[in-house]
Design a protein around this ligand. Structure first.
Ligand SMILES: *Cc1c(COP(=O)(O)O)cnc(C)c1O
Length: 468
């Protein structure tokens, strides 16, 4: 399997290459040259497999020759063995139609662990084959940072620099990053928004002064391997609900469009998905884009669901590429326009292609609290604010056939957002024992202005150069 850039001019790479590279050198994102497809019989044969075995089977076509089937299965077993639930991603029923897929049983209590635990192992495996040293540079709206840091802390041949918007992540989220004191972990609090931090990271990938000296890599969902790992739980849950003989819809609390794009990939691979519901909070660029074709970034409004406080959704580019005819040169032009004006119009092909599978809904604070309260009072299920936004969108969805179940992806453990949960339900969910003494541990991070040159200089001083 090889991978091409959405902007058409970066070299094609194999799976090992895209995993280590993250973003493409032309500013685009890597996607498989074509979608592998399972037959109905192949999907039916996956029912009942343990999670790690299902993961290896779903991911093998993307991995190609980069890993043997035995090695891939071994890595999947290691990654998912660290989860606190033997089912890894248990599915919970709320009512006749509504289901919740709990993706937060990993070490840092958000769904990002599902992909990043595996990615940390993939980095280690691939780096052991050569003498490259990599410098991971990432921006986080909260959960990616902690999950990535947990996955690579203390690993040889990897340094990680994680930018978070100062004061805009929850205390639990911040402490999960800043209390990891391993010498290869560098936390940076940026004076700015998540979008500012993400823009700096993207700029660094295109900055040859930096990429010439350091092998810079990404753990944001621009890294293909992350999306690949997320495809697995769409299969796991749909199989439990009767796929391939029954269609399933998913509602996905969305920020950077990575998680819901993994659902699109599952559909491309043959999983019968009726609909993907993109749930946003008041930072609703995706809702507007899907509804009207107007993709224009506003300013970010901080909410109780900070991982969705995003106005520029990087992975949306992958969808625009795929539904827009896979024309890298045309998309590069379109994205240059967007980067200059912070606004663009989708083409008709892009709009129609997206509308074939996606709908969207926007939830304000009241909608979110109401969904959280309904789940708590009617079913006893405690939801975090992101998941509650997903459930609001799932319950508001219109026009679904009567026999189609709707699975809301539960992206974070409610204890990560304890104040918002208590405000809506009166219940204060305790942190699971495995997170232990988070609030007693020492924190370490540096504060920097929202200025690219300052961040680049900080990293250049501390990172290990190529081959070093
Ligand atoms: C990252 C995250 C999201 C958004 O996921 P994307 O893949 O960026 O769309 C939603 N909820 C939580 C809790 C998250 O951590």
């Amino acid at each position: 399997m090889d991978y091409v850039s959405t902007r058409g001019s970066a070299p094609a790479l194999d799976f090992q290459g895209v995993t280590l590279a993250g973003l493409a050198s032309d500013g685009g994102l890597y996607v498989p040259r074509e979608w592998p497809r399972f037959t109905e019989a192949e999907i039916a044969a996956m029912a009942g497999l343990p999670y790690a075995e299902l993961a290896a089977r779903v991911m093998q076509p993307f991995v190609g020759d980069s890993l043997s089937p035995d090695c891939l299965l071994d890595l999947a077993r290691q990654a998912y063995g660290r989860f606190a639930h033997v089912a890894v991603t248990p599915l919970v029923q709320l009512d006749e139609r509504q289901w919740v897929l709990e993706l937060f049983h990993g070490p840092t209590l958000a769904f990002k662990d599902v992909a990043l635990q595996l990615l940390g192992l993939l980095f280690e495996e691939f780096l052991a084959r050569g003498d490259e040293h990599i410098t991971i540079v990432g921006a986080t709206s909260g959960d990616t940072g902690s999950a990535a840091i947990d996955a690579v802390a203390g690993r040889a041949k990897v340094d990680i620099f994680m930018l978070h918007p100062q004061g805009r992540v929850s205390d639990v989220q911040r402490r999960q990053m800043t209390t990891v004191l391993a010498p290869n972990v560098h936390n940076i609090a940026i004076d700015g928004s998540f979008d500012d931090a993400q823009a700096m990271v993207k700029r660094m990938f295109a900055d040859t002064a930096m990429t010439g000296r350091f092998a810079i890599s990404a753990v944001n969902s621009i890294n293909w391997a992350r999306l690949m790992a997320q495809v697995v739980y769409y299969f796991a849950s749909a199989l439990q609900l009767g796929a391939p003989h029954r269609k399933v819809a998913f509602s996905v609390p969305t920020g950077n469009f990575g998680d819901v794009f993994a659902g699109y990939v599952a559909a491309k691979m043959g999983l019968p998905i009726e609909r993907l519901i993109v749930a946003t909070n008041v930072n609703d660029i995706l809702h507007r884009a899907l509804l009207t074709g107007d993709y224009s970034a506003g300013t970010v409004t901080p909410t109780a669901a900070p991982s969705m406080d995003i106005q520029v959704s990087s992975n949306f580019e992958r969808l625009l590429f795929d539904v827009g005819g896979r024309d890298g040169a045309a998309l590069a032009e379109q994205m240059r326009g967007f980067e200059a004006k912070k606004a663009m119009q989708l083409t008709n092909a892009q709009r129609e292609g997206a509308a074939a599978l996606f709908t969207s809904a926007r939830a304000d604070a009241g909608d979110m609290q109401q969904a959280m309260r309904w789940a708590y009072e009617e079913t006893g299920q405690v939801l975090d604010p992101h998941t509650a936004i997903g459930l609001h969108a799932a319950r508001a969805a219109e026009g679904l056939p009567a026999d189609v179940p709707v699975v809301t992806l539960a992206t974070a453990h409610p204890a990560k957002f304890v104040d918002a949960v208590e405000r809506a339900t009166g219940f204060r969910p305790p942190l699971p024992a495995r997170v232990g003494d988070l609030f007693e541990r020492e924190e370490r991070f540096d504060e920097l202005p929202g200025d690219y040159d300052a961040v680049a200089a900080y990293i250049a001083e501390r990172a290990t150069p190529r081959g070093g």
